[in-house]
Design a protein. Structure first.
Length: 293
């Protein structure tokens, strides 16, 4: 598998200077309903709000959740005549080719072309992967500098990372998704010696301290060192995250003039959660800027 630098080298103008490449954040999880697109959108707007240039790629060209989210945002901006930041967006449609090899070659070429266009004109590129085991999802994972995996705070989603003994709650073996990430990390290291920083965030956290919540926290802590990821704080279970989609808004937009949504204590708490998530990603160039969110 070629890497993006080699591909870009083949097509860019002759120059002795290599432009600065964007940091690529891939939001990936092989299960649907984990909040990938909501997470990706909040990461995008957080980085835009801090003054960075951001590109976005939606790899789920069939469902287009991130693409629709941003389309709703642009419509809301136009309707209300607002000044809200927007990223540059590319949506990768599924290949119409019937032959599997040809389809994969086609999808790879279009993804790399989109990445080429965004990676040298932005500070960050955020890639939202499909919630399925697919060629395009694996390809997206392999280009990550930071891989962010949202998971709902349940044993159903924990099964995405590892098989857990029902009696002892000990980890028996990593799941196929963890093994897939491991393979993409090895492949990336062979290509350019880069180590993908894998961050797993617990999403839709319950506001009650249930046994289930404590068990998952304990298991994740053990699993983190075994398969090399960093646990990160995520978002609580809040209706507002689902409601914001239709307007294309994030928690960071609610206090902006003209938006027309009154901030509540729940919204303030959600912004605090978002600030903690962005800080925990340890992204280059943020330093103390996160406090400005």
């Amino acid at each position: 598998m070629s890497n993006v630098t080699v591909t870009v080298e083949e097509t860019k103008a002759d120059t002795d200077e290599q432009p600065t490449r964007a940091h690529i954040i891939v939001v990936g999880n092989a299960k649907g309903g984990s909040g990938k697109s909501t997470t990706a959108m909040h990461v995008i707007v957080s980085l835009l709000s801090l003054g960075f240039k951001v590109g976005a790629i939606d790899l789920d060209g069939k469902q287009k959740t991130l693409g629709r989210y941003l389309e709703n945002r642009q419509n809301f901006i136009n309707k209300k005549d607002l000044d809200l930041p927007m990223p540059s967006l590319k949506v990768i449609e599924p290949s119409p080719k019937k032959n599997m090899d040809e389809a994969q070659t086609d999808e790879r070429a279009r993804f790399v072309a989109a990445l080429q266009e965004l990676v040298y004109s932005n500070n960050f590129v955020v890639v939202d992967c499909p919630g399925a085991d697919s060629f395009i999802s694996k390809l997206g994972h392999s280009f990550a500098d930071t891989l962010l995996t949202p998971m709902n705070d349940s044993f159903i989603d924990l099964d995405l990372l590892a098989e857990v003994n029902e009696t002892s709650l000990e980890v028996e073996r990593p799941s196929w998704y963890s093994e897939m990430v491991w393979e993409q990390r090895k492949r990336r290291a062979l290509i350019d010696q880069h180590k993908i920083d894998w961050v797993v965030m617990r999403n839709r956290l319950s506001h009650t301290d249930a046994h289930n919540k404590r068990h998952i926290e304990k298991i994740l802590s053990k699993l983190a060192s075994r398969i090399s990821f960093r646990p990160a704080p995520g978002f609580g279970e809040r209706v507002i995250f689902r409601e914001l989609f239709l307007k294309g808004l994030t928690m960071l937009d609610l206090n902006k003039k003209g938006v027309g949504i009154k901030m509540s204590m729940s919204h303030v708490a959600a912004r605090h959660e978002l600030r903690h998530l962005i800080k925990s990603l340890n992204l280059p160039g943020l330093e103390e800027k996160v406090e400005d969110l």
